[in-house]
Design a protein around this ligand. Structure first.
Ligand SMILES: [Zn+2]
Length: 428
């Protein structure tokens, strides 16, 4: 009896092997060196097959994505999403992750130091555990994170406590952050490195005020370890270009050592007069990130896709831009299960449209760059579930659905929200 049931089950599975098929798109999967026309099938929340012709009959649902790019879900290495928990700890300019992520093709964000060991658990229970976005964190070396008199208290930069919290929450914490420090000491950087050494995790540095007592060159050629990340690479104060506009040799030396250079656009950290010459000379960012917060999203930065589009219009190839927004950041935080479309990987996928036309982009000092290309988020899946669908590509035409009030369900990806329950009590 049991054998018969199993056989019947197997027969049914064969008819529709896959849950979802994205058909006809141009897949860009830098880790696997794929850039071309491929179909991508999803099963049980994982990438199940990437092939040149997977039949629609093999999938319970097929979405036509021809003319679009299919990439790993974007990994934004630098955001601030510790918002609205109602405690004094809340980062003052943080936003909520789900409000911004999926519509921009982002499925993983890394909060860069909004919380420290004293308030990480509050951040976790109020934001991380309740978000559909995959939220990881770089723990601030300051115990109180960005709360209070932000990030200046040397006494609160305790590497042992930070490391202890990181080891306890290894599933979420991927490293440490020091930022905005104004004093002449190296202590914030040194203590973050200590925490990184204890846990074997990278650190991310925002150098704060640049001071002669602690030169930037020394930071990237001596203080940071291979794998450590300098964010805000195109900040005005970063002395990356010489008077003739050439990238200085110590930048190459730092890169050769394995120091990572991240964009971290933010509200004040991205100038075309730094980025354009660097990109032209081939000094590309290792990772493209937003430094998303209330100020940056309403200013020049806007979104992850706007930030990526700036680099496209500076002359970077789309494949290079995608590499630096997916596999590179995933590797940098030692999350090699993310940022690619290998069979068995979580089906976090971005379907993007590349518009051609007349566009403008702005930097943090208000300078404009004319552009001809702009990326837009068409459809996003997280663990194989559609979490953003701008043009309803995963939906059936209303004319085919009959009296769909009774059967259709406006619930968002399986979550029955309270307003749905109260609006339609009779049908339940
Ligand atoms: Zn930041």
């Amino acid at each position: 009896m049991r054998v018969t049931l199993l056989l019947l089950g197997a027969g049914l599975l064969c008819a529709q092997e896959y849950d979802l098929l994205l058909k006809g798109g141009h897949v860009i999967d830098p880790k696997n060196k794929i850039s071309g026309r491929r179909d991508l099938a999803i099963k049980d929340g994982k990438v199940a097959e990437v092939g040149t012709n997977i039949a629609a009959s093999q999938a319970a649902k097929t979405i036509d994505v021809s003319g679009l790019y299919v990439t790993p879900g974007l990994v934004d290495l630098h955001v601030h999403v510790y918002a609205g928990t109602g405690t004094a700890y809340t980062g003052p300019s943080s936003v909520r992750p789900d409000d911004h992520s999926f519509r921009s093709g982002v499925t993983t964000v890394v909060d860069a130091g909004s919380s420290g060991w004293r308030n990480f658990e509050n951040f976790k229970s109020f934001i991380i555990d309740r978000s559909r976005t995959r939220v990881l964190a770089l723990l601030n070396i300051v115990g109180a994170g960005m709360a209070g008199p932000p990030e200046q208290n040397l006494q609160d930069m305790d590497p042992a406590k930070a490391a202890e919290t990181a080891n306890k929450y290894k599933a979420i914490i991927v490293g440490f952050k020091t930022a905005h420090y104004a004093g002449p000491e190296w202590t914030p950087v040194e203590n973050a490195v200590k925490a990184g050494e204890i846990t074997k995790m990278p650190i991310m540095v925002d150098f704060g005020q640049f001071r002669s007592e602690r030169p930037f060159e020394e930071l990237v050629t001596k203080k940071l370890r291979p794998g450590d990340i300098y964010t805000h690479m195109f900040l005005a104060r970063v002395p990356m270009l010489d008077d003739g506009g050439k990238v200085r040799s110590f930048m190459y030396e730092a890169r050769k050592r394995g120091v990572i250079f991240d964009v971290g656009h933010g509200g004040g950290s991205f100038l075309f007069r730094q980025a354009v010459p660097a990109v032209k000379q081939g000094f590309l960012p290792d990772s493209i990130s937003t430094d998303l917060h209330i100020g940056s999203m309403n200013g020049a930065m806007q979104t992850m896709l706007t930030t990526m589009s700036k680099f496209l219009n500076m002359g970077m190839l789309l494949d290079d831009v995608i590499l630096r927004s997916t596999w590179n950041p995933a590797r940098q935080i030692q999350r090699e299960e993310l940022g690619h479309l290998s069979v068995g990987a979580p089906a976090d996928i971005a379907v993007l449209r590349l518009h051609k036309g007349d566009f403008g982009f702005v930097d943090v000092n208000g300078a404009r760059m004319q552009g001809t290309q702009k990326l837009e988020g068409e459809l996003t899946t997280r663990d194989g579930k559609v979490v953003w669908d701008m043009n309803g590509r995963s939906r059936a035409d209303w004319k085919t659905l009959g009296n769909y009030d009774a059967q259709g369900d406006p619930k968002w990806d399986g979550i029955v929200r309270s307003e749905n329950r109260t609006r339609r009590p009779a049908s339940r």
